[in-house]
Design a protein around this ligand. Structure first.
Ligand SMILES: [Cu+2]
Length: 152
């Protein structure tokens, strides 16, 4: 019992540290209540095409499925720098595909919708290391729809 409580306490402490690190000192909240923090995603999320990026930290990776319908991407190797990644995924073929990204531990870090005959984007964050990407439709990864994303 005590051991499981410890396990619970560690991620909570880490979360608190991360949360504290995000705030700046100029806005001290006297109420001491953290329940008012709004974590809802805002409806403006779809407007990311509008440009207006400051800072220039966003990076765009492009990935496409074979336009003839073969079970293949146009590349098996992508590279990025640590930070936020925008994946621009195109599938002009009549066969549905997606692109799922996993870290070295097999945790999914980002994924697109399954699309046919169009493009889509998804955003996720990466740290230095090796990631894998693959198509999650049955048999597609086994047929070769997979690759490596190297972040450094
Ligand atoms: Cu596929």
């Amino acid at each position: 019992m005590k051991a499981s409580l410890k396990f619970l306490a560690v991620p909570l402490a880490v979360g608190a540290l991360v949360f504290a690190g995000c705030g700046s000192d100029d806005s001290s909240d006297d109420s001491g209540s953290t329940d008012t923090t709004t974590t809802q995603t805002q409806p403006a999320d779809n407007s990311s095409n509008a440009g207006g990026n400051s800072g220039g930290s966003a990076q765009v990776l492009t990935l496409a499925a074979d336009p003839s319908g073969a079970l293949a991407y146009d590349t098996t190797e992508l590279s990025a720098k640590p930070g936020k990644v925008t994946l621009d995924f195109t599938n002009e073929s009549p066969v549905g595909h997606d692109a799922v990204f996993e870290d070295a531990d097999g945790n999914e870090v980002g994924a697109t919708d399954v699309i046919t005959g169009q493009s889509t984007t998804t955003e996720f964050e990466v740290d230095a290391g090796e990631y894998t990407f693959y198509c999650s439709l049955p048999g597609h990864e086994e047929a070769g729809m997979k690759g490596t994303l190297t972040v450094k």
